[in-house]
Design a protein around this ligand. Structure first.
Ligand SMILES: [Zn+2]
Length: 126
């Protein structure tokens, strides 16, 4: 029953591939959702900074400490956004140009957008 075994194995392989693809899509969707959430959070923080700055100019209140606190939050959220963006690029078998942040092919030697020379790939699969 060699043929039947082959058919069974092919079906099993197809099911495994479909399950893997589904879990990859789910992981990508989760990352995109997280990215969107963090980008919204970043906008809210920037708005707060703007409001505090406006108030300090308008009424002379010293909001420097609060603004500095929010600036640190901007850095943390920005790092999270960069991490999500890099992971999403990696899922698409791409990477981000360290100079301009463009999504480029993993094997690029130069960035097609800004022309920056790319660091040597450390991907063991290449
Ligand atoms: Zn670039």
């Amino acid at each position: 029953m060699k043929l039947w075994d082959d058919v069974t194995k092919a079906a099993s392989d197809a099911a495994t591939m479909a399950a893997k693809k589904t879990s990859e899509l789910t992981a990508a969707a989760k990352l995109k959702y997280k990215l969107h959430t963090e980008q919204t959070r970043l906008s809210v923080i920037y708005e707060k900074i703007g409001r505090l700055y406006y108030d300090s100019i308008k009424s002379g209140v010293d909001n420097t400490a609060k603004i500095a606190e929010l600036t640190a939050e901007v850095d943390a959220v920005s790092a999270e956004i960069a991490s999500c963006t890099a992971k999403l690029a990696d899922m698409k078998r791409k990477r981000l140009c360290p100079a301009c942040n463009a999504e480029i092919a993993k094997d690029s030697i130069y960035c097609p957008r800004c022309g920056a020379k790319q660091p040597a790939s450390t991907d063991p699969q290449e």
